[in-house]
Design a protein around this ligand. Structure first.
Ligand code: SAM
Length: 261
């Protein structure tokens, strides 16, 4: 990521005007999206309810675009990038994995294919994207792998067993989450992590002022998220090797020292 993009404040009026001048074709779609999101926010004051409605609207148009991929090639490439990274970091078939905000299994189908039967657990707040996830499962003929796909509203993870998951993963989820949602997840994720397990999450990084756009995209400083994780008794570090992957987001890895034994 370039130092200039790390300092950008996309919520600032000057940024918006400059962007509009450089990309006039994007003005109309942006105005439409702003109007839709304003209406959805009025209807759903709770963030998760609001974002679920955003996902319903986006998924209705195009499920692959709803998880952030403009083309099918990009959808495939983004899934492959996530899978390759975790495999290089030791993801083995016998591992048990929790994929938070699994979407329509852009990466999930590759994890499911790689892991032993029943070892993949995907959760998401959006029923619409989970229906699309089932379609992905069928397309790749992975029914026999019996993955778990579960709808959730919060990230307390209280319906999952303690010390169970070797790998917990949240890709492009905290980039759409206010700090309270991230805090809730970090407060509870340690309980379900197996000894030696880790939790990887991506986030939209800023080195300037933290900000959000339309309550859809949230930009955090690395230090804010590291501090939050540590406050919950977790170890947390910035993953430098992810930065070479040419993905717009950065990655943090969390361990639970209390679970290592
Ligand atoms: C950009 S998509 C990424 C999907 C998937 N991780 C991937 O990389 O293909 C973000 C997903 O996270 C889900 N999501 C957003 N906030 C969530 C939350 N608080 N808990 C669980 N899922 C959430 C959305 O419904 C959406 O499916």
């Amino acid at each position: 990521m370039s130092p200039t993009s790390l300092l950008k404040n996309r919520a600032a009026l000057t940024h918006k005007i400059g962007y509009a001048v450089r990309n006039p074709a994007r003005i109309a779609p942006y105005v439409k999206r702003t109007a839709r999101d304003t209406w959805l926010r009025l209807k759903h004051p709770d963030h998760v309810d609001y974002y679920r409605a955003v996902m319903a609207s986006d998924t209705g148009r195009n499920p692959e675009a709803a998880v952030g991929s403009r083309t099918h090639e990009r959808w495939l490439a983004l899934g492959e990038m996530q899978f390759d990274y975790l495999r290089e970091h030791g993801l083995r078939p016998g591992h048990r994995m929790l994929d938070i905000g699994c979407g329509n299994l852009r990466a999930g189908w590759r994890f499911i294919a790689h892991l032993d039967r029943g070892n993949y657990y995907g959760i998401d707040i959006s029923p619409d994207i989970l229906i699309s996830a089932k379609r992905t499962l069928t397309t790749y003929e992975l029914q026999d792998k019996l993955p778990h796909l579960t709808l959730t509203h919060d990230l307390r993870l209280d319906f999952l067993p303690a010390a169970h998951f070797d790998v917990v993963h949240a890709h492009s989820v905290f980039s759409h989450s206010p700090i309270e949602v991230i805090d809730e997840c970090l407060a509870h994720v340690g309980r379900i992590m197996a000894p030696g397990g880790f939790f990887d999450f991506t986030f939209d990084r800023t080195e300037g002022a933290e900000h959000q756009v339309l309550r859809e995209d949230f930009y955090y400083r690395t230090e804010t998220l590291l501090r939050l994780a540590r406050r919950h008794g977790l170890e947390a570090r910035f993953m430098e090797d992810w930065e070479t992957r040419r993905h717009g987001q950065s990655k943090i890895r969390v361990n639970n020292p209390a679970a290592s034994g």
